[in-house]
Design a protein around this ligand. Structure first.
Ligand SMILES: Cc1ncc(C[n+]2csc(CCOP(=O)(O)OP(=O)(O)O)c2C)c(N)n1
Ligand code: SF4
Ligand SMILES: [Mg+2]
Length: 349
């Protein structure tokens, strides 16, 4: 008789602290092209949620329209979900998290969905600090509608069907920074470990967490000279730090070398351990973060890692003083104003 391998605490090694295996976080089979970067990100979303022992029934997965926005169908079968209209994921998520503060909102968008049609919604969501993980699967094209240039395509880039792009790109991370986002990161779909650690940190962040992940479209934009291709990413990715997410910093003693490493403590216990690489970098310094992004843009550098973190801002449900109890669970007596209160409101109008 064979026995299942057990972890130190007696749990089967493939089971997390709430008794689920990684399979329990999967969704349907992907219908995207084989090799699409979006599929790699889906795998890491599943792995990160499993490792954090997230309760699937407490998650709402959100998206807009695009190949990227189809991906929530391929993870978290047991969670809530809303596939919204093109570019409208932020407003629908705002409603969802105001209606139920207990839900963890995980959204997947594309560079078209966010940077083109959805840019206004994106900026207002960040400005309001809507608590959600906002992933941009950035491939520089509208994959779903067959490869037109998106707002993140580089100027001068040439594509077989779309011709030459003559317009300068927008930078999703810079847009998030100037709207006062408290968690800004960039990664590459080909860098699975970094994507996973950043996802875990984002899933533990209290506020809007923006992850701009370069995710090659193998069908329309994977040419060697494209900055959104696998070849370019592998050759040019420059990590600003090695990142390790530590689930509950208060409970475990973490060894780190103060000169070489930095610990960023998050609210309610977790922490992020950052090992400095070539450059001195502190992701809690906003001006340094903006400078890094601007320099990278001007010098055509592909920097990845945790660019900025700051948990000081209040989230929208806090500002609006939303009830901890989800609106759907409040009894009618609490939802319906009294006759007197209603009359008073009417008199004030
Ligand atoms: C209002 C509206 N305008 C245009 C479209 C057509 N459309 C569908 S997906 C898409 C772009 C998707 O690009 P992106 O967000 O980058 O996703 P990708 O497919 O590249 O992952 C467009 C323009 C639409 N569905 N709705
Ligand atoms: S068209 Fe591009 S973005 Fe869409 S599934 Fe295929 S490879 Fe991915
Ligand atoms: Mg795209």
């Amino acid at each position: 008789m064979t026995t299942e391998p057990k972890s130190a605490n007696g749990r089967p090694a493939n089971m997390n602290t709430i008794g689920l295996t990684q399979v329990d976080y999967r969704g349907g089979d992907s219908t995207l092209c084989q090799g699409c970067g979006h599929n790699s990100i889906t795998s890491q979303i599943i792995a990160a949620a499993f490792e954090l022992s997230l309760q699937p029934s407490q998650i709402i997965k959100m998206s807009g329209i695009g190949c990227s926005s189809k991906t929530p169908a391929y993870f978290f079968n047991r969670s809530h979900g809303f596939n919204t209209l093109h570019g409208r994921m932020p407003s629908v998520t705002t409603g969802a998290v105001l209606g139920n503060r207990k839900l963890l909102a995980i959204g997947v968008s594309g560079d078209g969905d966010t940077g083109s049609i959805g840019l206004g919604q994106f900026k207002h969501m960040v400005r309001r600090n809507v608590p959600m993980i906002y992933i941009v699967e950035n491939n520089g094209v509208y994959g779903l509608t067959k490869g037109q240039f998106s707002a993140t395509a580089d100027v001068g880039q040439q594509l077989k069907y779309a011709g030459t792009n003559v317009l300068p790109p927008i930078d999703v991370c810079i847009e998030a920074m100037v709207a006062d986002c408290g968690f800004v990161a960039r990664s590459f779909a080909g860098d699975a470990k970094q994507v996973r650690e950043l996802l875990k940190a984002a899933m533990s962040f209290n506020g809007t967490a923006v992850l701009d992940i370069i995710s090659p479209c193998v069908t329309f934009n994977n040419h060697h000279d494209s900055t959104k291709s696998y070849d370019y990413g592998k050759e040019h990715e420059e990590r600003i730090q090695d990142i390790q997410f530590i689930p509950s910093f208060n409970e475990v003693s973490v060894e780190y070398d103060e000169g070489e490493e930095q610990i960023v403590q998050m609210h309610d216990g977790p922490a992020i351990k950052l090992k400095k690489l070539d450059r001195e970098y502190d992701p809690t310094n906003k001006w340094r973060a903006l400078e890094l992004l601007e320099d990278a843009r001007n010098n055509h550098e592909f920097i990845t890692g945790l660019i900025y973190i700051n948990e000081q801002r209040k989230t929208l449900p806090d500002v609006m003083q939303m009830n901890d109890v989800p609106l759907a669970e409040l009894p009618e007596a609490k939802l319906r104003p009294s006759r007197e209160a209603f009359a008073q409101v009417m008199a004030e109008l």
